[in-house]
Ligand binder design. Structure first.
Ligand code: TYD
Ligand code: MG
Length: 458
């Protein structure tokens, strides 16, 4: 193939330059130029020529709505986040920290599919065929018929996809692939985008479901899976602490299913195993209640889970620190201000650390009340009562707002043996309706009310 021309385009303003420059000549932002292939466009006869090829306008009601066909991978928790299984021509991006279990899960899934008679291809750019074989033996996938290709050059992979026509192909990982059209190194934004774009096109054209593995890079967004999110149909991220055995896979975008659905796995000797009843795995086991700990009932996708929120408030230096793991730091600063203004709880000269146990990431505002109660408990050195849970969003005016699907959360907590709850008024069962068995529910409208109730309980 003739080497096509490349140029550099700015990610900020879209301006171009024939060579690489540190600063964009148009918008003058720094380090925004990335290499792109210049498509050799045939000279257009007139400037509307390309429009002539668009498809005909149709009335929405007349377009046949066809449900997409899904092929289950056989791994229940993975199918759950995928929205039922893999889809023909669909492109899935799986991101996560190195070593969290991406390759393990995908090899297990491919083996399951292959055994069900679905032709598969595993393209490995990080490990040799022998290493993949070793892993498959460790996973107990004896006599696996999965096709393996150790290759990092995009053009060769595309050729293999065209000749083998697998139904599912895994590219592990997109950051190791390179196209010979570009001179930049594998893993650069330009290469990652170019390779993903070609693979996406190949998926749509050949009806292959392509799964791209992307490492979350230390630098965060740059060249990591983030730059690909808009191109693909489904984005899944692995979460979890590599030190604990539990892993969450969360769907953050899905054109074929629900978002924010999660799959829960445990890393075992024989790879990742689905956890069927995961609601209690993010609780740490205290024999006695300790200060600074509050259990939150969070709703992950369609299922409620209990997560312990821990806070440590300790005298800080001249500029006290606010750190959070698994929770939003800006939100923490806001909650501290609300605590101070509306509940008279003053931690302004203290270091405040908060942590969601087990490496789970909590983004829903319904965590607010539990975070505030954990902070207050740590500051006062007084534990919350045994069997205590809380949830509810807190606003800047100190009001406690309802969380979605409160009844479900309460039922899950009761099922796991929790006995006291502080929740927003709108989430408490209506007077006269049946209470939730075994659970004493305190309904609150304002954050100071919640603090008052907790003081009375402890
Ligand atoms: P891996 O799938 O290679 O991670 P990634 O592809 O996301 O970088 O997972 C590697 C980790 O999983 C490694 O630390 C070893 C562990 N592991 C197990 O605990 N059990 C197993 O059966 C396998 C295959 C790996
Ligand atoms: Mg890997």
């Amino acid at each position: 193939m003739a080497k096509e021309k490349t140029s550099y385009s700015c990610t900020e303003c879209g301006g171009t330059s024939p060579r690489w420059l540190g600063r964009c000549p148009q918008c003058e932002s720094w380090n925004t130029l990335i290499e792109t292939v210049v498509e050799a466009a045939a000279p257009a006869k007139n400037r509307f020529a390309s429009l002539a090829k668009t498809s005909a306008v149709a009335v929405l009601a007349d377009i046949e709505a066809s449900e997409v066909d899904r092929t289950p991978t056989g791994i229940g928790e993975l199918d759950r986040v995928l929205g039922g299984g893999i889809v023909e021509g669909g492109v899935v991006l799986i991101g996560g920290d190195p070593g969290i279990g991406k390759s393990t899960l995908l090899l297990q899934a491919l083996d399951g599919l292959q055994r069900a008679g679905v032709p598969t291809l595993y393209v490995t750019g990080e490990e040799s065929g022998a290493q993949v074989a070793l892993r498959s033996r460790r996973l107990g996938l004896e006599r696996s018929q999965v096709q393996v290709l150790a290759e990092i050059q995009l053009e060769k992979i595309l050729a293999t996809l065209a000749t083998n026509q697998p139904s599912v192909a895994v590219i592990d990982s997109i950051q190791t692939m390179y196209s010979e059209q570009l001179t930049s190194a594998p893993g650069s934004v330009a290469q990652v985008r170019e390779c993903a774009a070609h693979l996406t096109r190949a998926a749509k054209a050949g009806g292959t479901c392509i799964v791209l593995v992307g490492h979350v890079t230390k630098e965060g967004a740059l060249a990591g899976p983030r730059v690909l999110e808009h191109m693909v149909d489904t984005v899944l991220y692995f979460e979890g602490d590599t030190h604990s055995s539990f892993r969450l896979v969360r769907a953050i975008k899905n054109r074929f299913g629900a978002v924010n659905e999660i799959g829960v796995f445990a890393m075992t000797e024989k790879g990742l195993k689905g956890v069927a009843n995961p609601s209690a795995i993010f609780l740490s086991q205290h024999s006695e209640p300790v200060p600074g700990s509050c259990v939150l009932v969070t709703l992950e996708g369609t299922r409620p889970m209990l997560v312990e929120i821990q806070a440590l408030v300790d005298s800080g230096g001249p500029s006290p620190r606010r750190l959070s793991v698994g929770l939003d730091r800006d939100r923490l600063a806001m909650l501290l201000a609300v605590l101070h203004r509306h509940a008279g709880v003053d931690c302004l000269d203290q270091d405040v650390f908060v942590n969601a146990v087990g490496g789970v990431r909590i983004s829903e505002p319904a965590a607010d009340l539990a975070v505030m109660l954990a902070i207050t408990s740590s500051l006062r050195g007084r534990p919350l009562p045994r069997g205590f849970i809380a949830f509810g969003e807190v606003g800047l005016a100190g009001e406690v707002r309802p969380a979605p699907r409160g009844q479900e959360r309460l039922r899950e907590a009761a099922k796991l043996g929790f006995s006291v709850a502080v929740v927003p008024k709108a989430n408490a069962p209506k007077k006269g309706s049946r209470d939730i068995e075994g659970l004493t529910i305190h309904a609150v409208d304002r954050v100071e009310e919640a603090m008052e109730i907790v003081r009375g309980l402890a």
